[in-house]
Design a protein around this ligand. Structure first.
Ligand code: HEM
Ligand code: NAG
Ligand code: NAG
Ligand code: NAG
Length: 532
């Protein structure tokens, strides 16, 4: 009995102990959760501006708004834009809040010094720099400089390579087409692979640009980076380092990095070797004209190694391949939907090249103004809800009196500006030649041109100001060349009963429906030009 009692006592005791341990743990968890939420909340309420998209009060309203931003950023920004017209408001996403700027503020900030208003810090923060390794070159500006100084100025020289690779890529990626049967084409994949090939030709040259492993890296790095960023972003900030470590969350992108180094390493080392030999022999080393070489020539000695040069290639792809293929896919979707634009564009391209003795050069590309207008219209409000991301590094007060505190992230509502009837006539209508007509009119007034590469404080597809996309001159020409090959050789249309699908929202990005197919048919008659 005694023993029995003691046993009961013991178990009772034990249970009691368990309970207290349990409740203590519970209390601790709650305390931790409370502190976490408080911290998270304070991270997110760093400005006094109203937050758009909040439907219920308190922390859970905030969580819901963040959740909703992933699937419906467009309407959140739109409702804020109209509700707080001409004023600032905040949108909240998983890992940060952003103050939405007015057009006047964009203009003011677009020329602000980098130590106050920073593009690279914005990228670092929103792309989880410390985890994804995107901060490797912070303090340098290699990619932007090389794009601005080399890529743009050498367009005349690299154009031959772009034409050759565009032809090869489309021949490889498009199915065999005939003049009497419509062939179904998976546009999204076809365009992505074609753009990856054509851009890679300029970035790393032959033969690697045709290597399937390289193409996998060139196409996959961006997507996997975004997946990684989204996973990390939806993890509360305080447990993020633990989460990243626990789930080895960067393994996807690390494997691309290793692959890139394996593929590029021998090429980089050979170039170093050839340069060294030429120097020793006193001969001249004929350098290749590609992005890789421009980086080799530009970087500081501490970055002149396989690891860093490979990383710069990945960053070039990150900045360009997806943006270009999304734009070009949009353009084809819009072209198939606006058949009335096909013939005028085709005629313009044919006329321009004929007048130029069958040769595409920069002057000819510049004369493709209807094509340019069509691209510009197609990109209007269809690529991003927000661009012009910046991080404020020092407390500033804008000229309209708006205070922006150090650490604030800001963005411009590009999709709203481009559909605002106050800023644009008849914004609801897709008019492929809207900008062409405007440029004719501007010409007659000798005013500012309205080509696609011209940015303004409310046409922000390429951003604006000192960090406006330096690849926009290249991309315009690359897309004109790709379209020349397609439109001079094929008719395109939607399958019976289908029409232009709406773009899909992914946070602040808008993505053309990757499942949509287009039908292609070869145009009758002989080749119009020998380069085709
Ligand atoms: C249609 C395709 C493209 C679109 C829509 C696009 C869009 C943009 C946008 C919105 C920005 C931010 C600008 C700002 O906030 O003011 C940007 C920056 C940048 N883009 Fe593009 N881009 C495209 C293609 C390219 C290509 C082909 C390259 C070539 C390498 C490139 C290289 C860059 C670089 C290096 C930056 C950063 C500029 C800086 O740090 O100052 N982009 N782009
Ligand atoms: C993460 O994954 C990569 C690739 O699978 C591997 O090489 C690396 O060792 C892993 N790191 C950790 C900390 O487990
Ligand atoms: C330089 O000289 C080495 C031998 O001294 C030779 O193998 C190499 O081909 C030469 N390179 C050039 C670029 O002249
Ligand atoms: C920036 O402004 C905030 C209050 O708005 C203030 O607490 C902070 O000290 C200021 N920072 C600097 C560096 O002046």
């Amino acid at each position: 009995m005694g023993i029995f009692m003691r046993l009961i006592d013991y178990t009772e005791d034990k249970r009691l102990n368990d309970y207290s341990l349990f409740s203590a743990t519970l209390a601790l968890i709650f305390l931790a959760l409370f502190l976490l939420l408080k911290k998270e909340r304070s991270i997110h309420s760093s400005t006094k501006f109203p937050i758009a998209g909040i439907e219920s009060p308190g922390y859970f309203g905030l969580v819901k708004a963040r959740e909703k931003f992933i699937s419906d950023a467009f309407h959140i920004v739109k409702s804020g834009y109209h509700k707080y017209r001409g004023k600032n408001f905040v949108v909240t996403t998983h890992n940060h809040d952003r103050v939405i700027l007015t057009s006047g503020q964009v203009k003011e900030l677009s020329s602000a010094p980098d130590d106050t208003v920073s593009f690279s810090h914005f990228i670092m923060e929103t792309m989880m720099g410390p985890y994804t390794g995107l901060g490797r070159f912070s303090g340098t500006n290699y990619l932007a400089e090389v794009s601005r100084i080399k890529l743009t100025r050498k367009l005349g020289i690299i154009k031959e390579a772009v034409i050759e690779e565009a032809r090869f890529a489309l021949d490889t990626e498009l199915p065999e087409c005939t003049t009497d049967e419509w062939k179904s084409v998976e546009i999204f994949t076809t365009v992505l692979r074609t753009v990856a090939r054509t851009s890679s030709r300029v970035f790393i040259g032959l033969p690697l640009c045709r290597n399937e492993d390289w193409l996998t890296v060139a196409m996959g790095f961006t997507g996997d980076l975004i997946i990684t960023v989204n996973k990390l972003a939806s993890t509360p900030k305080l447990i993020r380092p633990f989460y990243a470590w626990m789930f080895n969350s960067t393994k996807l992108i690390s494997s691309h990095r290793r692959k890139a180094q394996t593929l590029l390493g021998p090429i980089i080392q050979r170039r170093f070797e050839e340069e060294r030999l030429a120097e020793e022999n006193g001969t001249i080393y004929e350098k290749p004209d590609d992005m890789l070489q421009w980086f080799i020539d530009r970087v500081e000695p501490r970055h002149k190694n396989t690891e860093d040069l490979s990383e710069l290639q990945l960053l070039s792809g990150l900045a360009s391949v997806h943006a270009t293929s999304l734009s070009f896919t949009n353009a084809l979707y819009d072209l198939a939907a606006h058949q009335e634009c096909v013939q005028p564009i085709r005629e313009e391209i044919e006329a321009v090249i004929s007048e130029n003795n069958g040769v595409i050069d920069r002057a000819a590309l510049r004369k493709m103004r209807k094509t340019d207008s069509f691209f510009k219209e197609s990109a209007r409000g269809q690529l991003n809800v927000l661009t012009f991301g910046r991080k404020i590094l020092k407390n500033v007060t804008l000229s309209d009196g708006t205070p922006l505190k150090q650490g604030t992230l800001v963005s411009a509502p590009v999709a709203m500006f481009s559909s605002d009837p106050d800023l644009l006539e008849d914004p609801e209508t897709f008019d492929g030649f809207r900008w062409y007509k405007e440029s004719l009119e501007a010409e007659s007034r000798a005013a500012h041109n309205s080509g696609w590469t011209t940015t303004s404080a409310h046409y922000l597809t390429f951003g604006h100001g000192k960090h406006a996309c330096p690849g926009r001159f290249f991309v315009t020409e690359e897309m004109k060349i790709l379209l020349t090959f397609i439109i001079l050789q094929y008719d395109i249309k939607y399958p019976e009963g289908q029409s232009r699908p709406a773009n899909i929202q992914r946070g602040a990005s808008l993505v053309p429906d990757p499942t949509q197919k287009l039908l292609f048919k070869k145009l009758p008659g002989p080749k119009k030009f020998s380069f085709l």
